[in-house]
Design a protein around this ligand. Structure first.
Ligand code: NDP
Length: 247
């Protein structure tokens, strides 16, 4: 398989309309992949992104098993082939100290950030196994590696992704499928923009390179992991955090 053939493959990026996912979707489009970007509620951002890039956007909830099955089938039908590249990027935070965290805050984050990986992988894995090819990249977080106060839900989900990635990598290695995780540090997106200036300044002071990352710095890693240059990498976690935490 040469690089030209590889770029004709159909790719889904969940959370592909904003932030890190949007940067990944743009890179994939520029590389020639047939890309679909999934969002959940922000139609204004999704429409603007689609208008700007020409990338088709699909609305479904990655926490909903059946919606993922139906959505993947629609993308495969619309884009003319089975989904062979999946990036599980969609994620949310619902921060609270555990003694104040509600069951809903816990459940929403586990469902959206972790169960989504099961839902989406379950929807694509059969076709990948049949075709003897697949690339899956799951977006974890520095806070899944080191923990973070106020984020027991998020840290559990993001740490769960790392175990999920390794187990699925073992199951699929003999089938031409690679499964890897990327653990970004603090990246300038809407998710981080919601934090106060004080907190951001304190975090910046903890990052050895002296700044937050940008979404394209994560997208470049994901592009590498799905490329022909990364055929021997599976079950790995690539950390990109400016030296803030060396796992
Ligand atoms: P943003 O908040 O900027 O974007 C989130 C994207 O996910 C949006 O497209 C959003 O859609 C989509 N999404 C959210 N919930 C759902 C859902 N239930 N179903 C489908 N799509 C959904 O996030 P970031 O770009 O900052 O983060 C992307 C990923 O990277 C997340 O998993 C996050 O945890 C992780 N990460 C981020 C870091 C950072 O510093 N930014 C650091 C480490 C990890 P909509 O627009 O419709 O809401």
């Amino acid at each position: 398989m040469n690089a030209d053939d590889l770029t004709k493959r159909v790719a889904i990026i969940t959370g592909g309309t904003r932030g890190i996912g949007a940067a990944i979707a743009r890179r994939f489009k520029n590389a020639g992949y047939a890309v679909a970007a999934v969002y959940h509620g922000n139609a204004t951002a999704a429409d603007a992104f689609s208008g700007d890039t020409g990338i088709p956007v699909y609305k479904w909830d990655v926490a909903d098993f059946d919606a993922c099955q139906d959505g993947v089938a629609s993308v495969a039908n619309d884009l003319g082939g089975p989904v062979e590249i999946l990036v599980n990027d969609a994620g949310i935070t619902r921060d609270a100290m555990l003694h104040k965290m509600t069951s809903a805050q816990w459940g929403e984050v586990i469902a959206t950030d972790l169960t989504s990986c099961f839902n989406m992988c379950r929807a694509v894995i059969g076709a990948m196994r049949d075709h003897g090819f697949g690339r899956i990249v799951n977006i974890s977080s520095i806070n899944g590696q080191k923990g973070q106060l106020g984020q027991t839900n998020y840290a559990a989900a993001k740490a769960g992704i790392l175990g999920f990635t390794k187990a699925l990598a073992l199951e699929t290695a003999s089938r031409g499928i690679t499964v890897n995780a990327v653990a970004p540090g603090y990246i300038t997106t809407d998710m981080v923009g919601a934090m106060s200036e004080d907190v951001l300044a304190r975090i910046e002071g903890q990052i050895p390179v002296g700044r937050l990352g940008n979404a394209d710095e994560v997208a470049r890693i994901v592009q590498f992991l799905v490329s022909e240059d990364a055929t021997f990498i599976t079950g790995s976690t690539v950390t990109a955090n400016g030296g803030q935490y060396m796992a």
